[in-house]
Design a protein. Structure first.
Length: 713
């Protein structure tokens, strides 16, 4: 169906007096198409948000997550308004694949249609209606026509209200319900109550919120709670031994799916009761009878075993979604899935697959031997017809109850039986495209009913979003590390009379790449050492750092003295026009006579450890930061570097930390240099950066260059 673009005209503010108009329109629509719940949304006047105005057929607790919906949200009502067309979802599997946010919270069989409420000139909002899961999978033409006509009538009436400046607006607390007439009137109702009291099995009525509105004496006797203590309370809250999310889940399933639902519960110490829930438009009728557990089992037909009734509870899903938002890299996602999801769904092993270069790529696994996973999946072309590739390329999940079923559908499947009995191959779909496959393997035969398939597909929707972020993060980190490695020296040259060691630590915030740099340049019998810090720790800073390092090396190679090297680099930085600053310290080393000429550009002073172990801060004359003043000058200073001396050049990331005075930090660095200065230079470098390297958070990158004067052999 061709899609129309939403009108660009801003919606008119409609204030709250014509709410009955929305309520009656929704009730009429539900009756016309025999739907059992729905809601009307209005577009907020000052933001791209839909607000629920009225609803029918479901308690607020069920619809609370969607009382305010952003227009960009991947939800049916938002999509209907964005595309100005009817959106049809024919069941829980399609809901899980297309709208996992809804399927995660409401993993029950129901169908949904969402439509815009708009005229050619103005967008007012959207409507959704739902049906029981037992309805036909396709929306009939007459249903489509009724829904479309009803929304057009409502939009036309809202336009007239708007033109007459009559108020209309959202009231999220309002609950619209359709009334059902009671046969026989008041007298008939009394006779019905007396008839129910004479029946041997229990009867009770629950409203849309699950609270008990009626109960006959037999039901109160079976539950073991006085009827007066039950009326007005939710069944699972008023009866202690029914206070289990599994039983409340059955109520939710009946109400949302519109299908008869049942379960069996144990009333302590040993009485089993059967509960059968019959849903209606305004609540549920419950029949309670005595039951017996099946021989040889701890539970009965209609009552799922504990731990498998609902694979993942709503609270578990919310906790999982929160945990997935905290994952960073791919291995974090794999660990979370293995630690939390695998136990919840009862699988014995799992594999997370991605793709690279047209082939499968194993991102992580648990429960299978490494060699088996590599042989079975890693590097398999996506063109090969095995479940892992088929699911990834098509985005369609595959469930196999047995090895025979798997072998029958994929007779040329690579490898032999892996010791498992059942498998679920689930696509990881994010941003509308498959990013991988999640393989769940079960040690025992495991059927996959429709509700479980919907839950697993919804779970994988959450996993896919986390995996997409993790893949991008890992790619970014690989790019950063590769760029940093390319811009810094791979090794330091060997110089007569000079030993050198260097360390670089990226910031832990951002891209883990920065503008700190160091270099050691041989110039005949002399050498030049440079260390600097470009403002920022991102790709721009790293790129500029590479240009500065190259420029300093070039100016050094052509023989410019230290002051001229600083002036030339400063002019280059200004000419580049990047509006970033850089600090730098430049040393011309002459090991023969043991002399050093230094030029500084706004950089922290080096530390000099003399042969006797005393440490001096070389806070000598210098110039401003590079990139500030085009005509800046950079005076030089000369000092002695006798054999056994150690020079420490560093960036401010080594000594600056929140809450620590920089003078104290510099003094502590000097103490470490004095204490460990006689150790091999590599060990000394490790000691000086030890605390910084082990810090959980490092707001700035760190560069360190150590130079020790030695007697030439």
């Amino acid at each position: 169906m061709p899609q129309r673009q939403a009108p660009t005209r801003e919606p008119t503010v409609l204030a709250p007096v014509v709410r009955p108009l929305l309520s009656s329109a929704l009730a009429a629509m539900l009756d016309d198409v025999h739907a059992h719940s729905g809601a009307v949304y209005l577009l907020a006047p000052d933001e791209p948000v839909l607000e629920m105005a009225v609803k029918a057929g479901l308690p607020r607790a069920f619809t609370a997550p969607w009382e305010r919906v952003g227009l960009a949200a991947p939800l049916p009502v938002a999509q209907a308004l964005r595309e100005l067309r009817l959106i049809w979802v024919n069941g829980e599997e399609q809901m899980a694949a297309r709208f996992p946010r809804i399927a995660v919270v409401l993993p029950y069989p129901f169908a949904l249609a969402a439509l815009p409420v708009a005229t050619p000139g103005t967008v007012y909002g959207a409507i959704y209606v739902t049906w029981p899961g037992s309805r036909p999978p396709e929306l009939a033409e007459w249903e489509r026509e009724h829904l479309t006509a009803a929304c057009e009538r409502l939009a036309w009436r809202l336009e007239r209200v708007d033109a007459g400046n009559l108020p209309l607006g959202p009231d999220p607390g309002r609950l619209t319900t359709r009334r059902t007439a009671l046969a026989g009137g008041t007298a008939g109702s009394a006779e019905a109550a007396r008839m129910a009291a004479r029946l041997p099995h229990g009867l009770c009525a629950l409203d849309l919120h699950g609270s008990i509105s009626y109960m006959n004496p037999a039901a109160a006797e079976m539950l073991g709670v006085p009827a007066g203590a039950l009326i007005g309370s939710p069944l699972w809250a008023a009866v202690p031994w029914l206070n289990d999310p599994m039983y409340e889940d059955r109520y939710r399933a009946a109400l949302i799916s519109g299908q008869v639902t049942s379960f069996v519960a144990l009333r302590p110490p040993g009485d089993w009761l059967s509960f059968r829930l019959y849903p209606g438009s305004d609540g549920l009728s419950v029949r309670i009878a005595r039951a017996r557990p099946l021989a040889g089992t701890g539970h009965t037909a209609g009552m799922p075993a504990r731990g498998t009734a609902r694979l993942v509870t709503i609270s578990h899903l919310l906790n999982l979604a929160t945990a997935l938002t905290e994952t960073v890299g791919v291995q974090d996602v794999v660990k979370l899935v293995a630690d939390q999801i695998a136990p919840a769904v009862g699988c014995k092993a799992l594999v997370i697959l991605g793709s690279h270069g047209g082939r499968l790529h194993v991102l992580g696994h648990r429960g299978y031997p490494d060699e088996y996973v590599i042989e079975r999946w890693h590097g398999v072309p996506l063109s090969e017809q095995i479940p892992g590739t088929h699911v990834l390329t098509t985005g369609v999940p595959a469930f196999f109850d047995s090895w025979q079923q798997l072998e029958r559908l994929y007779p040329k499947r690579q490898g032999t039986q892996d010791g498992m009995a059942s498998w679920a191959f689930l696509p990881l779909i994010a941003s509308g495209r498959p990013v991988g496959t999640c393989v769940l393997a079960y040690a025992e035969p495991h059927p996959f009913p429709a509700d479980e398939r919907a839950v697993l597909t919804s779970l994988c929707g959450l996993i896919a979003q986390a995996l997409e972020r993790a893949l991008l993060y890992d790619a970014k980190q690989q790019l950063a590390q590769g760029l940093q490695a390319a811009l810094l020296p791979h090794s330091l040259p060997s110089l007569p009379g000079i030993e050198a060691a260097a360390r670089y630590l990226p910031a832990t915030l951002g891209m883990e790449i920065g503008g700190d740099f160091y270099d050691l340049v041989p110039t005949g019998v002399q050498a030049a050492a440079v260390l600097g810090d470009v403002q920022g720790h991102n790709v721009t800073a790293a790129g500029l750092m590479g240009q500065i390092r190259t420029a300093v090396r070039a100016y050094t190679t052509v023989g410019q003295p230290p002051a001229a090297v600083m002036r030339s680099t400063n002019r280059l930085l200004i000419d580049l026009g990047v509006e970033l600053f850089a600090s730098c310290v430049y040393l011309r080393l002459d090991p023969g006579p043991g002399r050093v000429v230094m030029a500084r550009a706004g950089h922290p002073p080096p530390l000099l450890r003399r042969p006797d172990g005393q440490v001096r801060v070389l806070d000598l004359a210098g110039g401003p930061l590079l990139g500030i003043e085009a005509e800046a000058s950079y005076p030089t200073s000369e000092f002695a570097l006798p054999p056994g001396s150690v020079l420490a050049l560093y960036t401010d990331g080594l000594i600056e930390s929140p809450g620590v005075d920089i003078e104290d930090a510099l003094a502590e660095l000097g103490e470490l240099l004095a204490l460990y200065g006689d150790e091999p230079l590599e060990a000394l470098a490790d000691q000086l950066v030890r605390d910084t390297a082990t810090a959980v958070e490092r707001p700035d990158d760190v560069a360190l260059l150590l130079l020790r004067a030695v007697r030439p052999v």
